[in-house]
Ligand binder design. Structure first.
Ligand code: CAA
Length: 481
């Protein structure tokens, strides 16, 4: 990330000294800078002259002594406290006494870094998000030792660079990672326990959750070693087992499969083609019995390829033997599948956001494999992105987003951060279309309490019990803001 941060500073017109550990590492950093700014030139966002000016502002060196004149130094070495403390000890020696020293740590304690220096009042965290030149959030972390002028100076600089600073206290994961990584870890657990495939989980969160990237694509971008480090640090503080790194993540890291940077993580980046999406046939004849948000169809149930049963609707007589029956429901559908008398032909159907293209198909223990395949093709014929998962509360999207929304509500209730900071963290730091507090107000605290209660009753996971602040607002019938 050091190269990305250097680029941000140089784009802001500041002279930058970039330090690397070896000439080889320096070459890699130079390569990153050229590639990233070159991409902007190719897209017509930067002229070749402006690119040269930006690159000329960055002096690359392996000598810490070159930092002697700097007003601010931002450290971005790997996430190991011992290594960070060594680097800060060296910075303390070579930097001017009035220089502010900052760490770009994702999750380590800024206070523990600060107390290892002779200038703990001048140590702050400046946490950029991947890719640094693009993401607009910077978390500015203040410790109980940091002097207010150091924090204000860094926040001012961040604003001048065209980014949005959010000042937060020194807690593991700060705001964004604390919310993001519970979700990423839960997605990994879902994959590991066979609830759904990698591609279906990623597709669900983009097509249904509206996110710019699915969780596995994002973890590969961040780096799986960084993900593991963040989870370990957050778990050490939260002692919430949802933050205990998934064994699959640890295995990939042990195997050296760290994501994009090593050419393979959850995905392979060797240019091999991805699996083809479900084949979509001609537009199917659809009959909808009752009301189903997001799905329309007025075919005669006796002639339909797909018969969709709304809440409480029963299977009409005469449905073709090769028709697929989709039971629309908020929760598991196995009991209703059995009640149709032909459960092998039944899948559950959920459209978590009618305005978005996703349809989730829940496959019960009785659904025939051919039924699930046909259902996916029929939904594709309706122009929907169909994903499959087991018949569990929340399917994929709600099972992943409501625990995250609950965490955000708990954060708000505990005074950890305010609503603006929480929403800015997720929209500007992680590209979410809306922040969690806004999401909760859109979806409604009552719905959140219902979904979380179902998730809690299924898993008995204490952290999935609705946060008191949600219960309170659901009872009061008003949003969180
Ligand atoms: N470096 C520099 N610029 C990049 C880039 C990179 N690696 N990747 C994309 N870009 C630029 C492109 O040049 C393009 O710029 P313009 O709009 O100026 O032309 C812009 O980003 C959009 O790129 P694309 O159109 O190619 O791709 P996209 O629309 O799919 O967006 C994305 C890519 C911005 C990365 C988007 O997918 C996104 O927002 N993803 C979520 C990223 C995220 O969550 N980051 C936070 C991770 S957590 C973290 O980093 C903290 C931590 O401590 C671990």
């Amino acid at each position: 990330m050091g190269a990305g941060i250097a680029e941000v500073l140089a784009r802001g017109g500041l002279p930058v000294v970039g330090i690397e550990i070896s000439p080889e590492a320096l070459d890699r950093g130079r390569g990153h800078l050229e590639k990233s700014t070159g991409r902007a030139v190719k897209r017509g966002k930067l002229t070749p002259e402006a690119q040269r000016e930006i690159l000329d502002r960055i002096a690359l060196s392996t000598d810490f002594g070159d930092l002697g004149d700097c007003d601010l130094v931002i450290e971005a070495v790997p996430e190991r406290l011992d290594l960070k403390r060594q680097v800060f000890a060296r910075l303390d020696e070579v930097c001017r006494a009035d220089a502010v020293l900052a760490t770009n740590t994702s999750s380590l304690s800024v206070t523990e870094i600060a107390v290892a220096t002779n200038r703990p009042t001048k140590i702050v965290g400046v946490h950029f998000f991947n890719p640094a030149p693009v993401m607009r959030l910077v978390e500015v972390i203040t410790t109980v030792l940091t002097e207010p002028t150091a924090v204000a100076g860094v926040a001012d600089l961040v604003t001048k660079l065209g980014k949005t600073p959010v000042t937060v206290g020194d807690r593991a994961g700060f705001v964004a990672n604390r919310l993001l990584f519970g979700y990423l870890n839960q997605a990994t657990a879902m994959l590991e326990n066979g609830h759904a495939t990698r591609d279906d989980i990623d597709a669900a969160m983009t097509a249904g959750g509206g996110l710019p990237m699915g969780p596995f694509t994002l973890m590969d971008l961040i780096g799986l070693d960084t993900c593991l480090g963040v989870l370990e640090a957050v778990y050490a503080e939260s002692r919430d087992r949802r933050h205990a790194p998934s064994p699959l993540l640890r295995e990939l890291v042990t195997a050296g499969l760290l994501g994009r940077k090593t050419g393979r993580g959850f995905y392979a980046y060797d240019g091999s083609a991805d699996e083809a999406a479900a084949e979509s046939g001609p537009a199917p004849a659809v009959a909808v019995v009752g009301e189903v948000a997001g799905i329309t169809g007025d075919a005669d149930p006796a002639a339909a390829d797909l018969v969709v049963l709304g809440a409480g609707a029963e299977l009409p007589d005469g449905v073709k033997p090769d028709a697929v029956i989709a039971v629309a429901a908020e929760g598991p559908v196995t009991a209703r599948a059995v009640a149709t008398g032909r459960p092998g032909d039944v899948v559950g159907l959920r459209v978590p956001e009618p305005d978005r293209p996703l349809a989730e198909l829940t496959v019960t223990a009785l659904t025939l494999p051919a039924t699930a395949d046909r259902a996916a093709a029929l939904l594709a014929g309706l122009g929907r992105t169909a994903v499959r998962c087991r018949d569990r509360a929340g399917a994929i999207v709600d099972a992943l987003r409501f625990p995250y929304l609950n965490d955000a509500a708990a954060m708000l209730g505990a005074g950890y951060a305010d609503a603006d900071a929480i929403d800015a963290a997720m929209t500007l730091g992680c590209g979410y279309p809306t922040g969690p507090v806004a999401d909760l107000d859109r979806l409604g605290p009552r719905r959140a309490v219902e979904v979380l209660t179902a998730l809690y009753e299924e898993s008995r996971e204490p952290a999935l019990a609705p946060a008191p602040v949600l219960v309170e607002h659901a009872a009061a019938g008003r949003g969180l803001r």
